[in-house]
Design a protein around this ligand. Structure first.
Ligand SMILES: Nc1nc2c(ncn2[C@@H]2O[C@H](COP(=O)(O)OP(=O)(O)OP(=O)(O)O)[C@@H](O)[C@H]2O)c(=O)[nH]1
Ligand SMILES: [Mg+2]
Length: 304
């Protein structure tokens, strides 16, 4: 296996992952700093970044690798694919003793509420990182300029930060908070803030180093539990519909169609669950190879 980070003995890069929901502005954030033409910004409702893309830049004489990631709410890839991609990115780094300087988690302050996908993204990030490494995470709110009323944003941020709020537990474990105003200067300031923190092996890196398969890592277990919850909820809906169909005297085509849709969804989730359980080391190795190819194509660093 090639070393994905060049000559680590001389100049190990400062690696910073950028995570968040689809459309939260991860690619825009990275591109505003690196101007990397390989980073594609989305313009539609579809998820845009499908692969983990590293973007290298020199900041204050240090090599920094900003890593773009797909969100766990991708519109056309299942969560297992995404987690395996992340494992293929983090696993080899750990093998080469490469620690991560941190993770930037982007959140649009314009979001009126935390939906199921937002909660899942956050929870996956937490289990990837681990409570002990939360000091290497920066929770970044963005799009403040789009709020008709700034007080509304302040209220949402207060709610997120509350000890019982969605960010409360992470903040308790020393995650930091920052605001991004969309400018390259603001993005660079957030990155510089992470560059000073001692790098760590994220929880998932530690678990993979111990030889765990993806399904046994904390993030893997989190994902499996989530899939199981979704399957149980869908099965409960199916049960309810079956009763309705049985009790109704007339043929209800609409209800039958919905029943069929839910049945298909259960099958798809069960397939995803089975894929995860199979482990698929071959799949991970081919993802590692793909990631290395992408890194090799991008060996040149942009100087700042
Ligand atoms: N106003 C404003 N728009 C932004 C900002 N960041 C991103 N956008 C816009 O939001 C849309 C999505 O941005 P992306 O950077 O592609 O989002 P992403 O998180 O990479 O999305 P995925 O790749 O699908 O996961 C694009 O139209 C961007 O121009 C920001 O800070 N302010
Ligand atoms: Mg993107």
């Amino acid at each position: 296996m090639n070393n994905v980070n060049g000559d680590l003995n001389q100049n190990p890069p400062i690696i910073i992952g950028v995570m968040g929901m689809t459309g939260s502005g991860k690619s825009t954030f990275i591109k505003s700093i690196t101007n990397d033409p390989n980073i594609i910004i989305g313009g539609s409702l579809q998820s845009c970044t499908r692969e983990i893309v590293p973007s290298c830049i020199q900041i204050d004489g240090l090599t920094v690798q900003l890593v773009d990631t797909p969100g766990f709410d991708d519109t056309d890839r299942d969560d297992v694919d995404i987690l395996e991609d992340i494992a293929a990115w983090l696993g080899p780094q750990a093998e080469y003793q490469v620690k991560l300087a941190g993770l930037i988690y982007l959140h649009r302050i314009t979001e009126p509420r935390m939906g199921g996908n937002a909660k899942r993204n956050l929870s996956m990030m937490q289990s990837l990182v681990g409570d002990d490494n939360m000091q290497n995470v920066v929770l970044v709110t963005s799009r403040w300029e789009e709020l008709p009323n700034k007080a509304e944003g302040e209220r949402r941020q207060k709610e997120l930060k509350d000890p019982n709020g969605f960010w409360g537990e992470m903040i308790k474990h020393k995650a930091r908070i920052a605001r991004h105003n969309g400018t390259p200067e603001s993005a660079l300031g957030i990155v510089r803030g992470i560059m000073t923190v001692a790098p760590v092996f994220l929880q998932m890196q530690q678990e993979l180093r111990q030889g765990m398969s993806v399904k046994d890592t904390s993030a893997g277990k989190d994902l499996l539990a989530h899939l199981q919850r979704q399957i149980s909820q869908l099965n409960a809906k199916l049960q309810y519909m079956e009763n309705q169909i049985r009790q109704s005297s007339e043929e209800n085509e609409q209800l039958r169609q919905r029943y069929e849709e839910f049945s298909q969804q259960v099958k798809a989730k069960e397939q995803t669950q089975a894929k995860m359980m199979q482990g698929g080391m071959d799949r991970i190795m081919s993802r590692v190879a793909d990631f290395e190819k992408r890194c090799a194509r991008k060996s040149r660093c942009i100087l700042m």
